[in-house]
Structures are given as structure tokens and as C-alpha cells.
Design a protein around this ligand. Structure first.
Ligand SMILES: [Mg+2]
Length: 176
């Protein structure tokens, strides 16, 4: 597990990404979709066309599957998704360190599987992960849905909500 709950010390501020995934089931976990947003609003979103939907939990069938399929260009095989993700991430390499925030370790596990180098089987060392679950206030997530319309359990919208909650918590920290 590479998720680290503490914060890294960087010489310069890292590019901060917020990640969320949707998957079939925690026990029989297969990626369905992935959404990433940067603090300055750049987005990545993709859905798998080749996932085994028979693995979906009842919750997934009710809450996740109905939100998939609205963006045809985002639908691709797992292999193509990995290629697209690596190409999208590569544009941040010049910025130095990329910090990927998640609120659940499964998001990081699924991300690293897609973003890892084929030879080393590791994500590039300029990409780091951290859990911000304990740093955000669930009320800020709810505030995001109130302001933007509720689309929770859609990976890109969940990633945006996570980013919003993080920014709200950062504002709170500045006030202390
Ligand atoms: Mg989600």
C-alpha cells in the first residue's frame, strides 16, 4: 500500500490531483470508471468497456451503473484507459512532483495499476499518493452537491467534490 496519510515535503508546490474511482465490488474489485481533477480545473475521465459487470454489488448496480455511459468518448478498454491516463499524466511531469489525493485506499490501488510502468510495475517516482480522508469535512462534500447538483458515485464528480472539500478545509486552516 503506497497511500501515505501524512504530507510530503517538496521544494516547490506539487501539482495536486484529486482522484476517485468506481468499481464493481470491494471484494471482487474491478475498475469501472476513473475521474481526476486538478486544483486548477483540468479533468480526466474514462470508463471501461470491458469490465465484468457480473461482479457488481447490489450497491453498484443501484448507485454506480446508472451514472455510466453518458459520455461515449470516455468509454474504452482497460488497456486503452491505461494509455490515455499515462498520456494525460505525462503533461504534468515537467512540473515536478504530482500529488494524488484520495479518500479511500482502493482508489490509489486501482490508479497505480493503470498508471504503472510496464517494466518496473511501479508508478513513476514523480507521482505520489496521499489519503486526505481525515483532513476533509463530510459537510463540505454535501455542500458541493448542494451547490452543483448531486451526482455522487460518478468518479469525476466525486473527484470534484473531494477537491472542493479539500479547498474548503484549507480555507479553514488559514483562519486558525
Ligand atoms: Mg466515487
Amino acid at each position: 500500500m503506497q497511500v501515505i496519510a501524512t504530507y510530503f515535503k517538496y521544494d516547490t508546490a506539487p501539482m495536486h490531483l484529486f482522484l476517485d474511482t468506481e468499481f464493481t465490488d470491494l471484494l471482487h474489485c474491478e475498475l469501472l470508471s476513473i475521474g481526476i481533477v486538478t486544483e486548477d480545473g483540468q479533468e480526466f475521465y474514462a470508463e471501461r468497456s470491458d469490465a465484468d459487470l457480473a461482479q457488481c454489488s447490489d450497491f453498484c448496480r443501484v448507485a454506480v451503473l446508472p451514472l455510466l455511459g453518458s459520455e461515449q468518448a470516455a468509454i474504452c478498454t482497460e488497456a486503452e484507459l491505461s494509455t490515455r491516463l499515462k498520456a494525460w499524466l505525462a503533461k504534468f511531469e515537467h512540473a515536478g512532483q504530482v500529488l494524488v489525493s484520495v479518500d479511500h485506499p482502493t482508489d490509489w490501488e486501482l490508479f497505480t495499476y493503470l498508471a504503472r510502468d510496464e517494466d518496473t510495475l511501479k508508478v513513476p517516482d514523480w507521482i505520489r499518493g496521499q489519503s486526505i480522508r481525515s483532513s476533509i469535512d463530510p459537510r463540505d462534500i454535501e455542500e458541493y452537491w448542494r451547490l452543483n447538483g448531486r451526482r455522487d458515485h460518478h468518479a469525476l464528480h466525486d473527484a470534484k467534490a473531494l477537491c472542493f472539500a479539500w479547498q474548503q478545509s484549507a480555507k479553514g486552516n488559514e483562519c486558525i
